[in-house]
Design a binder for this molecule. Structure first.
Ligand SMILES: C[S@@+](CC[C@H](N)C(=O)[O-])C[C@H]1O[C@@H](n2cnc3c(N)ncnc32)[C@H](O)[C@@H]1O
Length: 285
């Protein structure tokens, strides 16, 4: 999806230059970092409600080289995995550096990659568990990646908190003209199973109220639940598109993208590597 998002960002114009890419549900911040890397955006602002995830990004910004050195020396074990998971369950007990490192260990060493107390270790708890828990932990490459993101720190802002409140407050900040928000919340079907910080029905509605009322430009991605076009965003443009599952490329799932009325999508054509896409609602109602 990133090339499509790059083009989308590039074609937004206004009285002020559009400079900021905001991810109010940042998680791994995949799109933001790729776009920063390509100089496709000026700045990226990351917001996440999960204290471990926010602590990780904050540490990359403030203390990236030290974190990278620790990562480079780490050989994951089940004991380290369990201690990291325990820290995530009591985040107030740890300082930011240790919490951020713990979140990174749980992300890289879990079967799902999800930073949650329900995550289980790669390879399970077999006698060879200490070998397989680190199967995805390419220490030198991960450390280099952290150093690289740290090198872009002047263009990164990280905020631990509720992404919906952040969006609500953006309208009064005077900055909304310069921002495109890429909103990738926990999904309606699966979201609460996957994330420590999930969204219930009232949360999805609060998000819709915030987005439907903000003057900022935004693009929202969701699973293809009818409630998205019918109830949450009954007046906005909604595009259905197919996307390949990252874990199993043969599987294709349908998702929805919803657009604020002021986001210019003209000429962008079919997103996502030529996979099918069609409008559920092509014109704002
Ligand atoms: C679908 S993931 C985002 C994936 C992201 N686009 C990526 O590339 O990894 C959702 C993220 O939203 C976070 N989250 C859930 N509820 C939140 C809230 N109310 N405010 C901010 N972040 C929230 C979760 O902690 C999780 O990291």
């Amino acid at each position: 999806m990133t090339p499509w998002l790059t083009d989308l960002f590039a074609q937004q114009t206004g009285d002020l230059p559009v400079e900021v890419w905001l991810e109010p549900f940042a998680g791994g911040a995949g799109a933001a970092l790729t776009l920063l890397d390509r100089d496709a955006i000026g700045e990226a602002w990351l917001v996440d409600a999960n204290p471990g995830i926010a602590a990780f990004w904050e540490t990359v910004v403030t203390d990236g080289p030290a974190l990278a050195d620790v990562v480079e020396r780490t050989v994951p074990t089940l004991d380290l995995y369990d201690a990291s998971r325990a820290l995530l369950e009591a985040p107030e007990a740890a300082d930011r550096f240790r919490l951020g490192f713990a979140a990174f260990i749980v992300n890289r060493c879990s079967r799902s990659g999800i930073v949650a107390p329900t995550s289980g270790p790669m390879g399970g708890r077999t006698p060879s568990g200490d070998w397989s828990v680190g199967a995805r932990f390419t220490a030198a490459a991960l450390a280099d990646r952290i150093r690289h993101v740290h090198s872009m720190r002047d263009r990164l802002r990280v905020h631990h908190g509720d992404g919906i409140t952040f969006l609500e407050e953006l309208g009064d900040s005077g900055l909304s003209d310069e921002v495109v928000a890429f909103v990738d919340p926990p999904y309606i079907r699966e979201g609460n199973r996957l994330y420590t910080a999930g969204l219930d029905q009232a949360g999805h509605q609060r998000l819709a109220d915030a987005l439907n009322n903000t003057p900022a430009r935004w693009v929202l991605t969701y699973d293809d639940e009818p409630v998205v076009a019918d109830t949450l965003y009954p007046h906005r443009r909604v595009l259905g598109y197919d996307i390949r599952n990252t874990a199993n490329r043969a599987r294709v799932a349908r998702e929805y993208a919803v657009f604020s009325d002021n986001v210019d999508v003209r000429g962008l054509g079919t997103p996502l590597n030529g996979l099918p896409a069609e409008w559920v609602r092509e014109h704002a109602a």
